[in-house]
Design a protein around this ligand. Structure first.
Ligand SMILES: Cc1ncc(COP(=O)(O)OP(=O)(O)O)c(N)n1
Ligand SMILES: Cc1nc(C(=O)O)sc1CCOP(=O)(O)O
Ligand SMILES: [Mg+2]
Length: 535
């Protein structure tokens, strides 16, 4: 089915950075007094994490670790300093708290001027923080309850416990204690096994956060670094290699800020935790022989990727939202009409430049479907194109597909996640902001939003138009792919909408209800590329 020359190689232009600097004497800004703020945010969206934490003079942990981790993962990180600590690779020598009034001032300065997505707060400033967040709401809170540093030093007084348990946790999206901190939070219970960590996660969940991650990196006698994730219903174990190195100072702060960076970029919580774990593990691995300082515990290199081109070495992100650029969704009736097998149709779509494929086979028996899905998996794997299965989790499991796409009347993303585990991609069809919010809560990785235009491919499908698509895009940080009636004539106008999280278009008939699937795909891709570039 090769009917035309191959597509050109395209390049992604990263969005240009916003200038973060403002004079300390500049007055506080609000959207109302400063109309250019909204315009600038729309034109140059940039994932933004605000860390509210202490300074570590050795720069391995605290504010310094957060800024470096966010930078390494492509998020901007602003900082409100709550304490100045004197520490080095031997331990913590001194702590000086910043006066509350100055913390309030810093919060006001950042939040009134910048569009912040995720905040990593510290204990002791809950009242001030609550006031600020009421005025300037953010997308998520990641709470790393720093009470015991990796070196074993106690970093907070007992009243901090109360602050965490009775205030901050209820506001948090995720709380990330290590085993020692979980034990402290729960009145000194001893945690020795995975079962103990699960119990601890359940107990901490009752303080009010949406997710808990109990980190097992400091668990003695374990050859693996196992973290236990709990969402109030199910547990997920994240297993990583334990890297033998003295350079583990700041791993807790780094994990939390990496989660925050991924959330700010639009990831689901599970994906954010997985990427953050991979990042910390890679950083420890690359820094294992680094010698900075003479004490027993050294820092590691957050920017290790700069030294090992290509720059994405070590990144094991399971889902790249850019893959939604040109999403080919198959249809067996159309294939039959043109005498194409599913495999040939998928091969041709990939040849034409499809960046992700979904098998949407509504009237095919399970066994031939599975056979075709296995063959398509081979085709997609060899081209580096993710393959998702529409609706059928059983088929996805049996052919080890990259993920599943479900709609509002299918089983929920949360249930799909339970069946597929954290490593797979889950897409959810959403027509409203409320559905988008629920999909994010359920752990979806992307949203399919439509019908943007009328379609005959899906019966009785309401048309949302650009307004409906806009409402869903603006309501969510998850990447969105537009679907419904999209073809060579109107695809450019969809991409021109230029919402930051609108990553591409999903197309059925304009690719597959055609004789030459590869040239239709190639043509559509070049139309999309003329509006927006892709790496
Ligand atoms: C990318 C993408 N978006 C939306 C859909 C529609 O899914 P659903 O609402 O479950 O409808 P069916 O496709 O199952 O008829 C999709 N498949 N892909
Ligand atoms: C499968 C599907 N889902 C839709 C939604 O709105 O969620 S529209 C649709 C069909 C898209 O087919 P075509 O590209 O041929 O219009
Ligand atoms: Mg469905």
């Amino acid at each position: 089915m090769s009917c035309a020359p191959p597509p050109p190689i395209l390049r992604l232009h990263p969005p240009s950075s916003i200038s973060p600097f403002s004079s300390p004497r500049r007055p506080h800004l609000s959207p109302r007094t400063c109309p250019w703020r909204l315009a600038a945010a729309r034109e140059m969206p940039w994932p933004h994490v605000l860390t509210v934490a202490g300074s570590d003079s050795s720069a391995g942990a605290g504010i310094q670790a957060d800024v470096k981790a966010c930078a390494a993962l492509g998020a901007y990180c602003s900082s409100v300093i709550t304490a100045v600590t004197a520490q080095n690779t031997a331990g913590v020598q001194g702590v000086h708290l910043v006066p509350e009034e100055l913390i309030r001032e810093q919060l006001q300065s950042v939040l009134s001027d910048m569009s912040v997505d995720v905040v990593i707060p510290s204990a002791g400033i809950i009242k001030i923080l609550c006031e600020s967040l009421q005025k300037f709401p953010v997308k998520a809170l990641v709470v790393d309850p720093v009470m015991v540093s990796t070196s074993g030093d106690s970093l907070s007084d007992p009243s901090t416990l109360t602050y965490y348990r009775d205030g901050l946790f209820a506001m948090a999206d995720i709380v990330t204690p290590n085993v020692k901190e979980a034990s402290k939070l729960l009145g000194g219970v001893s945690l020795h096994t995975i079962a103990d960590m699960r119990d601890a996660a359940e107990s901490i969940y009752k303080f009010g956060p949406r997710y808990v991650l109990v980190k097992g990196g400091d668990m003695p006698d374990s050859s693996e670094a196992i973290d236990v994730f709990y969402d109030g219903k199910e547990f997920v174990e994240f297993r990583g290699h334990r890297i033998k190195t003295r350079n583990t100072h700041g791993t807790g702060c780094t994990l939390a800020s990496s989660i925050a960076a991924e959330l700010a970029k639009g990831s689901s919580m599970l994906n954010a935790v997985q990427v953050a774990k991979n990042f910390v593990e890679s950083a420890l691995h690359h820094s294992k022989d680094l010698v900075i300082g003479n004490g027993p515990q050294g820092p590691f290199d957050h920017l290790f990727r700069l030294k090992c081109p290509p720059y994405n070495i070590g990144s094991q992100q399971r889902f790249n939202p850019d893959s939604l650029f040109l999403y080919a969704v198959t249809d067996s009736r159309m294939n039959k009409r043109w005498g194409h097998s599913i495999e040939d149709a998928v091969k041709a779509a990939i040849e034409g430049g499809a960046t992700i494929v979904q098998l949407r086979e509504k009237d095919i028996e399970s066994r031939p479907f599975l056979e075709a899905a296995k063959a398509c998996m081979e085709i997609c794997r060899s081209s580096g194109v993710p393959l998702l299965i529409n609706d059928r989790v059983d088929i996805a499991l049996a052919c080890n597909a990259d993920g599943v796409h479900v709609g509002q009347s299918d089983i929920s993303a949360r249930e799909v996640r339970e069946l597929l585990g954290p490593g797979k991609i889950i897409g959810v069809s959403c027509k409203t902001p409320a559905q988008a919010e629920q999909a994010w809560r359920d752990g979806a990785d992307y949203l399919g939003c439509g019908g943007v235009f009328p379609t005959t491919t899906k019966a009785n499908n309401p048309t949302l138009g650009f307004e409906g698509l806009k409402a869903v895009c603006l309501a969510s940080k998850l990447p969105v792919v537009a679907i419904g009636g999209i073809n060579a004539t109107n695809a450019g106008s969809v991409m021109e909408l230029d919402f930051p999280n609108l990553k591409g278009v999903a197309v059925v008939s304009a690719l597959f209800d055609r004789e030459c699937v590869s040239s239709e795909t190639r043509n559509l891709r070049s139309i999309l590329a003329s509006v927006r570039c892709l790496a």
